[in-house]
Design a protein around this ligand. Sequence first.
Ligand code: BDR
Ligand code: CA
Length: 316
Amino acid sequence: MSDIKKKPVILDGDPGHDDAIALVLAAAFKDQLDIKAITAVGGNQTLAKVTLNYRRIATFLGLKDVPIAAGREQPMLADLVVAPNYHGESGLDGPKLPDPEIPLSELSAVELMAKVLRESDEKVIIVATGPQTNVASLLLAHPELKEKIECISIMGGGLLKGNWTSAAEFNIIVDPESADIEFRSGVPVIMAGLDVTEKAYVLPEEWDKLRGLNPVAKMVAEWCDFFYIHLKELGWEGATLHDPCSVMVLVHPEIFTIKDYYVQIDCKGEYTRGATVPDYMGLLGQKPNCRCMMGVDRELFVKHLFEACESFGKGE
Ligand code: BDR
Ligand code: CA
């Protein structure tokens, strides 16, 4: 019995090991979040690959009633850049997943998102953990549905901080024009940028403890194993769980520190294209358009992640 109303959510992403863990979290938070749709976007790998990955993960998690749609293959203006260095050739290399038993929706990602928004009695949260191409396409195609969006919880950017270039984070630099459309849309954005996601890491000795719990926890541990290969080469102490932050904040906002800023996307910079630039001093006289997640209690983050994994039961 629960008198807390579940929040309807759409998950949009490009799995991707951390996108996959974000979906595990959303599925685990079933008393708080109601997953209405899953939509894929070209990013970590091509659209065909990441769409297949979502269908495999959803099959593994038993999310049979959640429609899955393919979205935009290419960024709004730029050519797609993929990230096999982090996620492998499949976009989700590492442990084997079942063949997909969930059919692909005949609707495009934008059509499916629009349908969910239209049919929902309450406002819907969009979680977007890849390039923002599908979301921007939705906002352009259906401005009348903006009022049905509670907020867009994104993984992307970093306040004057990058990981793909010194100035820009991967999800934003792949498609800055889409991020720009989104940040100017008037729909509230919650931004899990590198400021917070690089603090939300799990150590190898921590995720080791997940292996024996249940098949989902074991899968999460093995995704961390793969994701950490490249991160370790870069000198990271643990696996930085970027995308799960965008789901975690919806259920456990109390573990994050959040600051509100007016944030602009640099679409033109010769050296800084894709940068997320905060108006720290309020010089532009604009109202904040973005709740920027700046810090996290890492131990509580890991605790909630473990509890979420445990919720899938005990044993094989
Ligand atoms: C982001 O880039 C992708 O590789 C991850 O899935 C995450 O969304 C981190 O910069
Ligand atoms: Ca991602």
